[in-house]
Design a protein around this ligand. Sequence first.
Ligand SMILES: *[C@@H]1O[C@H](CO)[C@@H](O)[C@H](O)[C@H]1NC(C)=O
Ligand SMILES: *[C@@H]1O[C@H](CO)[C@@H](O)[C@H](O)[C@H]1NC(C)=O
Ligand SMILES: *[C@@H]1O[C@H](CO)[C@@H](O)[C@H](O)[C@H]1NC(C)=O
Ligand SMILES: *[C@@H]1O[C@H](CO)[C@@H](O)[C@H](O)[C@H]1NC(C)=O
Ligand SMILES: *[C@@H]1O[C@H](CO)[C@@H](O)[C@H](O)[C@H]1NC(C)=O
Ligand SMILES: *[C@@H]1O[C@H](CO)[C@@H](O)[C@H](O)[C@H]1NC(C)=O
Length: 497
Amino acid sequence: MLLHFPGGIAIAISGLVGGTTIVNAFKVPQTPPATSAPINKAQLSVSLEFFTFPDYTNIPSTTNCLANIQTLRGAPPAVRIGGTTQDRATYDPNLTSAVQYTVPDPTVAPSSLTYGPTYFTLAAGMKGDVTIGFNRQLNNLSNVRAAAIQAKSVMKNLLSVELGNEPDLYSGSSPIVPAGQPWNPTTDGSVEKQWFTDLAPDVGNIFQGGVYLQFPSWSTQGLIPRLGSAINTTVSFSGHSYPQSACGGASTNLPSLMNHTGIKLYTNRYASEAAAAHAAGKQYFLGETNSATCGGGGISPTFGAALWIVDYVIQGALSGVDRMYFHQGTIGNCQYCFWGRFIVGAPYYGVAFVSEFFGTDGVHVAEIDDASDALGVYVVYNAKNYPVRALVYNSAYFDGTGTRSNSTVTLTGIPQSQKKKSSISTETKTTTARAKRLTAQSAISRVDQGGVVTIGGGGTFDNTCKNAGTQSFESVVVDKGTTNVTVRASEALIVYF
Ligand SMILES: *[C@@H]1O[C@H](CO)[C@@H](O)[C@H](O)[C@H]1NC(C)=O
Ligand SMILES: *[C@@H]1O[C@H](CO)[C@@H](O)[C@H](O)[C@H]1NC(C)=O
Ligand SMILES: *[C@@H]1O[C@H](CO)[C@@H](O)[C@H](O)[C@H]1NC(C)=O
Ligand SMILES: *[C@@H]1O[C@H](CO)[C@@H](O)[C@H](O)[C@H]1NC(C)=O
Ligand SMILES: *[C@@H]1O[C@H](CO)[C@@H](O)[C@H](O)[C@H]1NC(C)=O
Ligand SMILES: *[C@@H]1O[C@H](CO)[C@@H](O)[C@H](O)[C@H]1NC(C)=O
């Protein structure tokens, strides 16, 4: 097999595996190729379920997990507060607590709730941009107006406001559905337009439109023309994305979740949505996402899901998605959550790893593999358009049984260290570069079941999401700008140039 690089160079370097010649050689483009994409400072962000947002602010891991991302990226992740329970919430300006509801058991989401002004005081304390989702389903515009005015008045970090969560799932008998009309994208578009236009004079042009789950039947592309001139009241559009479903006990599939080719195909579906928003001068976010719907399934807390996050976030950026907000649901009943009250799960290690790959200096990311096999190979560029790091993801599935396969990847065109040279050129002699590995016993390893996931040999997170253990770099030989790195099945590696 011969790999063709963008730019037409074909390089064959062979090794014999099982009698088949495998070529895994990738040339690092010296400047961001045309296929590269910008990296948003908050590319990987989080979504917190509406009713339980105040509880999240009381968990040390919330602060620490978000702070780690901020340290790695040089900017705080954005926070979206919303979800199913935003459409069950009513604002009570007299409520002294942030939220009030009763549930039969703490792992169950409430069927209705009220929230008060201190809810926004808590939201104002979040470090990054905040988006808040209000209730549209109950059709109480005056109530939402009062809430949004309060939010706007206390939150300097308020980026945007959503009106309704996944309105595509509203029943035809919801209070918001106009009498005698079917509930479909056309009706929803006219109601969104009406609500945006009505509320904008009081809260500003700060709406996040869409918030749809069922793409492509409900889409940003379809919504934009329906908004007409009301487009100027929006800042962004949001789609919700879950590659798998775990609702009603549906079965999930880990090899499929972490399949590099599959991730690329899946994520590319959103490219047209991002393009539509960008053409209107707006940002496009996957405003709520995670591995599987309904809080996640058995695949969600695994190390394989961490690897999925690494590849999915990069592929999202490459598809034009400006930010991806990973949903954190009911505390204590959430398979895909990055953290809970008592533990930091395996997926968070993927969050930290891809954040480290993007770094504080990453401005563009490019894919240099052709997504034809299990290997994902990416390069990050800094503001001077220099390649600064590469990441290799070996998505071959290893479940802990049998022999763990590996792939040796040859990277060519590695630039001479920028510390040594003011302008870029390929290294002409033998030097070394540093590398850092994300690994675990297998793709099915779970921190909550005693699995050991590590970054840089010994780096972990303690139960409050503080860095624990010791991360260290591996050293790889770079000969005339070429290095060979070996990445085992279900593993990822960053090479620092
Ligand atoms: C809030 O309290 C004031 C003063 O007690 C009262 O007039 C008002 O009706 C209350 N508002 C709500 C929404 O309960
Ligand atoms: C709408 O909210 C207001 C308070 O903002 C409340 O007084 C009113 O009863 C609500 N209407 C409905 C139909 O629930
Ligand atoms: C939005 O655009 C419409 C039509 O161009 C214009 O009439 C309106 O004033 C604009 N609104 C704002 C808030 O800019
Ligand atoms: C990954 O997905 C691609 C595309 O759906 C498929 O052809 C391939 O067999 C999958 N690989 C594995 C290891 O499941
Ligand atoms: C890679 O696989 C080969 C062939 O099975 C094996 O000999 C070698 O030890 C493996 N290397 C690593 C780092 O796992
Ligand atoms: C990389 O592997 C190729 C093929 O085995 C070998 O020719 C080359 O010397 C290796 N380069 C380095 C820097 O180890």
